[in-house]
Design a protein around this ligand. Structure first.
Ligand code: AR6
Length: 212
């Protein structure tokens, strides 16, 4: 089965090596943090995190290569149905910085955590930083409540929502590292970097620390 999964181009998080095994590491939880470059719909984990919008029904813009579109496309229409059932109870307006969990359906991962990050229109305000931190924290909390061991994060808000990449990466790494110091179930946090530029930013912060 392992070979079949590999042949399908799927990466199992259990085959990844933590940042602590790859040279200088500034974070406390070196053995629980991973960097992985690839497409989130091809990773097999307990859960992946989707960068959603406030309606939380997927992105309906055609030819729009956001992660929300990729996840809904590959998970299948059952995902849209589950999101619809969740959202109709609360009026199609998910607060920024909160998170919801659904099944993963046709994806290799078991669950999807959907969070809405802040939108940056001009400069970043304190409130935006707090909301981005909250998106990470609420997603981790949901994973912990559901006793999930591995969670894969995309770089929330740094695409269409325009949050500066380096600052977002520092917030992401600090929030995850802090959470891992007291989590009981969450033991593997994978930062999924889609572009080389994003991978470089994360590698550098892991090496030199968030205060540099
Ligand atoms: N796998 C991994 N990462 C990806 C993938 C993928 N398949 N596709 C994109 N990324 P974005 P946001 C990275 O724009 O900024 C949607 O329309 C991408 O390179 O998807 O939070 C929603 O409905 C970037 O690093 O999310 C919302 O309206 C990161 O994922 C809005 O976009 C996030 O980019 C949310 O904007």
């Amino acid at each position: 089965l392992k070979n079949e999964i590999k042949a399908m181009g799927i990466t199992d998080v259990n085959d990844l090596k933590p940042v602590g095994s790859e040279g200088v590491c500034s974070v406390t939880n070196c053995d629980s943090i991973y960097l992985w470059k690839g497409d989130i719909v091809t990773i097999k984990a307990d859960c992946i995190v989707n960068a959603a919008n406030k309606k939380m029904l997927g992105c309906r813009l055609p030819l729009h290569y956001c992660i929300d579109n990729a996840i809904h496309t590959f998970a299948g229409v059952q995902l849209r149905n589950e999101c619809y059932e969740i959202m109709k109870k609360q009026g199609y307006d998910e607060p920024t910085g909160k998170a919801k969990i659904t099944k993963g359906y046709n994806l290799p991962s078991k669950f999807i955590i959907h969070t809405v990050g802040p939108i940056i229109y001009s400069s970043v305000k304190e409130e935006d930083m707090a909301l981005l931190k909250s998106s990470y924290y609420e997603s981790l909390k949901l994973a912990e409540e559901n006793k999930l061991e591995s969670i894969v994060f995309c770089s929330i808000s740094t695409g269409v929502f325009n949050f500066p990449k380096e600052l977002a990466a520092k917030i992401a790494i600090a929030t995850v590292d802090n959470f891992l110091s007291s989590s009981k179930y969450v033991k593997k946090v994978i930062f999924n970097l889609y572009r080389e530029e994003d991978l470089k930013i994360y590698e550098n912060i892991i090496k030199v620390g968030i205060n540099e």
